[in-house]
Design a protein around this ligand. Structure first.
Ligand code: FMN
Length: 366
């Protein structure tokens, strides 16, 4: 159980918030959602479910390596609740009758790489092998490889990122997760500065910009445009852009999408390709549908235009709800890796356990 939880916690999560807990039961492991750790800007719990889905996939793959077959059984709303959070899934474990999945070999290697990627196109065979790893008819993966189309998507990412820098809520959420010193990063949560792949001077700039009043002032001088342009450049100069879509906009659909996202990421790792999720656009477009008033009229108009642009770039035939956009390509290994909470904090027992932040985690040893 400990080994399986160790593997599950290596999964990616938005801003490295790790919104999960695990509880061993007879014949399985329960997966719980820790709402206290969910990002505030989430909508429909979509990003929490993507992260939990990735953790479930890691659990199942790690079980396979132990000669055990793991099968996910999802619970529906209202989820059973307790001090440990919301119980969303149980992975039932049984004797395996098949070979372990090769993707299980790449759990520790997979990571977010925010470096500049090579502009060289990724080989078509590699993209095909990655798409084959998805193995879920409810999900579709669309690759964007053309120079012009990549440039168009980069423009849409820039539009979304500008909004992220221009809204107080998003600004505070980002700064709440940034860990600018090694002391801050030692909690094992959040985004360490080294993983951002920005010049060292940005540490001081980011610290200066932490109060919203300063960021707002500098936005008038064009700061949000400059920052958004940096992410757009990275998108433009990548090997390919991927769009992951689900046909089911339900809790289970998003959890399954998280499993698919993780399989794609692990398959990219197997191909020695770097990957960075670009979560802003899918999250904002979903929020625009559910809660348009969350955006100023100017931002809502910009987002509608971005959604329209994405539909034009993407193949209409693929359909489905966009859950994740990401870039992949060849790159040097990442300069820094995000930490993880200690496994002992994530394994819930019935006696005296408590949900939420404890802030006493440690750096992931790998
Ligand atoms: C749902 C989701 C959304 C994410 N969005 C972004 C994003 O917009 N930009 C980014 O650089 N990383 C994004 N990430 C990557 C996380 O920041 C990363 O997984 C986390 O910091 C842990 O680091 P690791 O992936 O290197 O283990 C996202 C991850 C998930 C699961």
């Amino acid at each position: 159980v400990r080994r399986l939880a160790e593997a599950a916690r290596l999964a990616p999560s938005p801003d490295n918030n790790q919104p999960w807990r695990f509880r061993p039961t007879r014949g399985g492991i329960e997966v719980w959602h820790v709402r206290d750790r969910a990002i505030r800007s989430d909508v429909r719990d979509m990003f929490s479910w993507l992260a939990l889905g990735a953790a479930i996939e890691n659990l199942v793959l790690a079980a396979g390596k132990e000669g055990i077959c793991g099968e996910a059984h999802y619970l529906g709303r209202p989820f059973p609740e307790s001090a440990r959070g919301e119980h969303v899934c149980t992975v039932r474990l049984a004797a395996a009758g098949r070979e372990p999945d090769e993707l299980g070999e790449f759990l520790a290697q997979r990571h977010t790489n925010r470096r500049k990627y090579s502009r060289d196109a990724v080989e078509v065979e590699q993209l095909e092998r990655i798409a084959e790893a998805l193995r879920n008819p409810g999900l579709s993966l669309l690759w964007i490889t053309g120079k012009r189309a990549k440039r168009e998507v980069a423009t849409l990412v820039r539009m979304a990122d500008r909004i992220r820098f221009e809204c107080q809520g998003f600004h505070e959420e980002l700064h709440g997760s940034l860990r600018l010193t090694s002391g801050e990063a030692a909690t094992g949560e959040g985004l360490p500065f080294e993983a951002l792949e920005v010049p060292g001077i940005m540490r001081t700039v980011l610290r200066f910009l932490r109060p919203w009043s300063r960021m707002r002032l500098l936005n008038r001088l064009g700061a949000s445009r400059v920052f958004a342009r940096m992410s757009a450049q990275a998108v433009r100069a990548s090997g390919a852009i991927g769009l992951l879509m689900t046909r089911s906009e339900t809790d289970e659909g998003y959890l399954e999408a998280g499993r698919g996202m993780q399989r794609v990421w692990l398959a990219a790792t197997r191909e020695r390709l770097a990957l960075q999720p670009l979560g802003g656009l899918p999250l904002f477009l979903t929020r625009l549908v559910d809660d348009p008033c969350a955006f100023s009229p100017a931002h809502a108009t910009r987002l509608r235009a971005a959604g329209e642009g994405l539909r034009k770039v993407g193949d209409q035939a693929c359909g489905g709800h966009l859950v994740m956009l990401f870039r992949i390509g060849r790159a040097e290994p990442a300069s820094g890796r995000a930490g993880r909470l200690r496994v002992s904090e994530l394994l819930a027992s019935d006696a005296g356990e408590k949900s939420g932040h404890s802030g006493s985690g440690s750096q992931c040893p790998d």
